[in-house]
Structures are given as C-alpha cells and as structure tokens.
Design a protein around this ligand. Structure first.
Ligand SMILES: [Zn+2]
Length: 312
C-alpha cells in the first residue's frame, strides 16, 4: 500500500503508455531483465499441464501459479507463460562442497550456508564436530536447482552473510504497491518522509515491474539485511515476525506479469526451504492479515494458487 499516487500520477500515466511500446524505452536497469522475457506456449490439442511441465523442465505447481490456474484443466488456444527457471540458469551462488580453511568451525560453516551442524554431519558421515583443514564437506541443499534461479542470485549472496536467529520469522506476507511506478528506493523515501518510519522501506523485498526497476528484479531492503521487523501490516505481531514482499503494480486493476510472480514464488520457496528450513512459517497475503482494511495485493494476485503451492 502506498500513497505515492497523487505525487506521481502524471508521470506514471506517461510512462505506462511508453512502456507498452517496447523494451527500448525501459530504463537502463530494466533492459537486462526485459531481454529474458518469459516464453509463451499456445496450448495445442493433446497438451496437458504435466506434459508441458515435463517438456519445459518446470514443475506443474510453478505453471499453475505463474498462470493463476485454479485447476490443471487447460484449453486449446490458451496462452500459457512458461517460467524461465527451466530455460535460463545463472551460475549457482552456493557451492556444493566447502573446503575447510584454517579457523573454520562446523557451526560457522553451518551458519554461512544456512544449514545446521546436524545436517552437515549427516550428509558427510561425521561422528563429531571435529573438522580438519583441507577436508571437503558436502553442503546440504546446495544441489537444489532453485539456488540457480537468476532471480535469486543477489538475494542468496546477501542472505548468506546474515546471521538469522532460529524462530525469528513466522510469516511471509505478499503485497502489491497499488501503483505502477516506484522501486525500493522511492518507496523507502515515501515511508521515511510521509509515514515517518525511521527504518524506511516497510517491506523486506520489492519485486519490480520493469518501469523503475527490472521486470522480476528482487530488490533487497535494509530491513532484511539488518533483520529488522517490517512495517507493512496493521497487525503488530505479524509486523514483528513477518517478512514483507511487495510486488510493484496495481493488481486490483490489472494482472501481475508472469515474471513478477515467478520471482515472487522463487523468493518464497527459497525463504521457506532454505533460509527458514525446518521452521514453521505461514504464507499469507496482506488482506488475510488485515481483513476489511485493505484490498492488497489485489484481486488479480494469484493468492489461491500460491496457498496451494505453499500450504501452511
Ligand atoms: Zn499491503
């Protein structure tokens, strides 16, 4: 939810008209992302969702979420966005093996790779916490293809350096910005100057729409790098323990871009399966927390499909 609307309405309208005419008019930062536009598949007779998932090397669950499908039924001629995770892959930000250096401890290594001592011990058949210089340790979870998601490279790099207390986070909450303009920096300014939030940007992550940041680009807020509580919902308890993810756009009025939803899904999956693995974390959207006070993240946000993807 943002109040930038008045401030930027005129420039927004102008920009949207331009953005519709092609990638060349996107800001420089967005160009890189726009080139990786999602593939579209036009459904042919005989196609099934599981067949397409196999063909494009993506999961049925991801196909459902990205296309906001309520069931697995597809019809001839329907245009489906194919998540690019199976198509393009950047180099993994996580190595699958760690070579023990002087000064390393098992607890330090576990922290660095967002895992536990027990998991490293189990994977490597260690009976104690004793390790020796030059020893090669396999890192749990590092072979998950999700960690090669191009959307997540910067998030993983930043998160690997954080010390995250177990039990610190209990909720992941999805939002839309309700306007088509803006990015982490401009929302930060609004939250500081207009809402008087000394910690600035109320969300932990912002996912761009290709206007003021890249399409599907995940920007990391300082509340994440400093592990500070959010300011994105009214419910105090959820603000204290909830990670806020804002997707740029007004999804009451139009649909989110498939790449935004794909980036959102990858981020939630990464937080649940890696960063907060083994902890109880509930996925919700803003209006499920602050009922009757907000439409956020809008009726076109794939809330139901996401709940099926991330059951509590
Ligand atoms: Zn919201």
């Amino acid at each position: 939810m943002h109040n930038l609307r008045m401030l930027q309405r005129r420039t927004f309208l102008k920009k949207i008209v331009l953005a519709g005419t092609g990638a060349l008019l996107l800001p420089a930062g967005g160009l890189l992302w726009a080139q990786d536009a999602a593939t579209v598949h036009v459904v042919q007779r005989g196609d099934t969702l599981s067949g397409l998932a196999q063909r494009y090397n993506v999961s049925v669950a991801d196909l459902r979420v990205v296309n906001n499908l309520q069931s697995d039924v597809i019809r001839v001629g329907q245009r489906l966005s194919i998540p690019r995770s199976g198509v393009a892959a950047a180099a993994s930000a996580l190595p699958s093996v760690h070579v023990v250096q002087r000064g390393d401890t098992l607890s330090g290594i576990a922290r660095r790779y967002q895992t536990t001592i027990a998991e490293i011990q189990q994977l490597n058949g260690l009976q104690s916490t004793r390790i020796t210089i030059g020893q090669q340790l396999r890192i749990p979870g590092a072979d998950d293809p999700l960690l090669r998601s191009p959307y997540l490279a910067n998030v993983i790099q930043a998160t690997n350096n954080l010390r995250i207390e177990r039990g610190r986070w209990e909720h992941i909450v999805g939002h839309h910005s309700a306007i088509e303009r803006g990015n982490a920096r401009t929302y930060d300014r609004v939250h500081r100057e207009q809402r008087g939030m000394t910690n600035g940007l109320a969300y932990h992550f912002v996912i761009g729409n290709g206007v003021d940041s890249g399409l599907g680009q995940i920007e990391i807020g300082n509340r994440w790098t400093q592990q500070l509580q959010g300011g994105h919902v009214r419910n105090h308890q959820v603000n204290l323990t909830g990670i806020g993810i804002c997707v740029v756009g007004n999804f009451e009025e139009r649909h989110p871009h498939p790449q935004q939803i794909e980036a959102f899904t990858h981020l939630v999956q990464y937080l649940r399966n890696h960063v907060l693995r083994g902890q109880r974390v509930r996925f919700a959207v803003h209006r499920e927390i602050d009922q009757q006070h907000t439409l956020c993240p809008g009726r076109n946000f794939p809330t139901r499909a996401l709940h099926r993807r991330f059951p509590s």
